[in-house]
Write a protein that binds this ligand. Structure first.
Ligand code: FHN
Length: 434
């Protein structure tokens, strides 16, 4: 009996680990469950917020305007975001249909938006605000059932130990010399604070490795630290290369997976859970002169096309120096949320569908249903490739039967005017038994 029990225990252990095709080491079940949740979530809020919101010229102002540390630090005493309301921001994300928030804990300027003890260059010690917005946000996310990721920039334009310099940060006025390993210790210490003092963290969103791609970033040490402190936390890094060992999702920037119109996405699409991120206007960090807000249909199409590419959509807002999200962004997020309330079933919990993305639209699938999202098609008929096992079709919005017939090895869909939707006409293909 004991032998049988031991065999069963051994077998259940083997079941609890899983080899992800993109990795050679087993992925623990806690991490696997997080990846599953992440893929089901499909939609998140990116928040770029920091002391750069004071000059209100985007998060690269220190680099672009060649501002030395000595001058840049003068923005901190002006940063007093008394209008910041964590409950409102979390509620805004929920109203948009977002399931998680990814907020900048530290961007390239090195300014920590949390009460770190590793340096005084942070919102608690260096500003009149003197409070920890990430602590407030973490508590609100727990209350409102939203998961929280922390963006963390490995690139640092402020820390003198970020040396030798990479592509950027040459106007910061830091002294020559500096110990990069000491900087990495500093980084690991800040990550330890974030993964110890803020409750459950859904993941760490790294950025900035592209500044010194050939440096020894001690990735495995840092990734092991994260997975040890919070085994359910996911690791992703926006290094624009193929995923490294220890990374749990792959992100793309300003393009869908596999596309590279913006020049950031040089890597192929891995087997890891995928996410693409984009700005709601043209800037990540608050830019007072950027009124180039995307329309609601554009944002919905981005979300649907991301899901059709088996990816999440991380949509960014940049709060101002008072801690407020721009009214134009709030308005658009509410409108996207109304669409998600009606159509979210064709996005949440789905995976990329059996027909690969097309100019006319994409497909997503969940269980026995395939959702055909017709985003850009004016004709009365649409020919699509055959999808196996289809026993029927219906219009998602009206529930009425859809007229789809076999044609030359594919399927011909008739699209009556009354079934059309100006943003996304959705047909549900119902799969049979076998
Ligand atoms: O340089 C950053 C940029 O400021 C922003 O954070 C984006 C968001 O994905 N990432 C880097 C550019 O690739």
């Amino acid at each position: 009996m004991r032998v049988v029990r031991n065999v069963l225990i051994g077998f259940s252990f083997l079941l609890s680990i899983w080899l992800s095709p993109a990795q050679t080491t087993p992925v623990p079940s806690t991490n696997q469950q997080s990846r599953q949740w992440f893929q089901d979530a499909r939609f998140g809020m990116f928040i770029h917020w920091g002391v750069y919101s004071v000059p209100a010229d985007g998060e690269w102002v220190m680099q672009i305007k060649k501002i030395p540390v000595s001058e840049y630090e003068k923005y901190a005493p002006q940063f007093n975001p008394t209008e910041f309301n964590a409950a409102e921001i979390v509620a805004l994300a929920k109203s948009a249909g977002m399931k998680y928030i990814t907020i900048t804990s530290k961007h390239h300027d090195g300014f920590a938006m949390f009460g770190t003890h590793q340096s005084k260059w942070n919102i608690v010690d260096a500003t009149p605000y003197a409070k920890d917005p990430l602590k407030q946000l973490a508590e609100e996310c727990r209350k409102q059932g939203i998961k929280l990721f922390f963006y963390y920039s490995q690139l640092d334009w402020h820390n003198p130990d970020y040396y030798p310099l990479g592509e950027t940060g040459h106007s910061a006025g830091r002294p020559e010399g500096g110990d990069f390993d000491h900087y990495l210790d500093f980084m690991d210490a800040q990550l330890t604070e974030l993964l110890t003092n803020y409750g459950d963290v859904a993941g760490i969103w790294f950025d900035g490795m592209w500044d010194k791609p050939k440096a020894d970033w001690r990735l495995q040490r840092t990734y092991s630290l994260i997975h040890k402190l919070q085994p359910a936390a996911l690791v992703g890094s926006n290094h624009h290369s193929a995923p490294f060992e220890g990374e749990d999702f792959q992100m793309f920037e300003k393009d869908l997976p596999g596309a590279n119109t913006a020049g950031f996405n040089k890597a192929g699409v891995s087997q890891l859970p995928l996410e693409t991120c984009e700005t709601i206007n043209g800037s990540w960090g608050y830019n007072a002169n950027d009124h180039n807000f995307k329309s609601v249909p554009e944002l919905i199409h981005y979300l649907v096309r991301a899901a059709g590419s088996n990816a999440n959509f991380l949509l960014n807002v940049g709060p101002n120096s008072h801690g407020q999200v721009q009214a134009e962004a709030v308005e658009r997020l509410h409108a996207v949320g109304e669409w998600m309330q009606k159509n979210g079933a064709t996005i949440y919990g789905t995976r990329g569908g059996p027909i690969s993305p097309r100019v006319w639209g994409v497909t997503t699938e969940k269980g026995s249903e395939v959702y055909v999202h017709i985003l850009n098609w004016k004709d009365d008929y649409l020919a699509v490739p055959q999808v196996s096992g289809i026993k029927g079709a219906r219009w998602f919005r009206s529930g009425e039967k859809a007229d789809i017939t076999p044609l030359n090895g594919g399927m011909l869909l008739k699209i009556p005017e009354r079934q059309r939707d100006p943003v996304d006409t959705i047909v549900v293909l119902e799969r049979g038994g076998s």
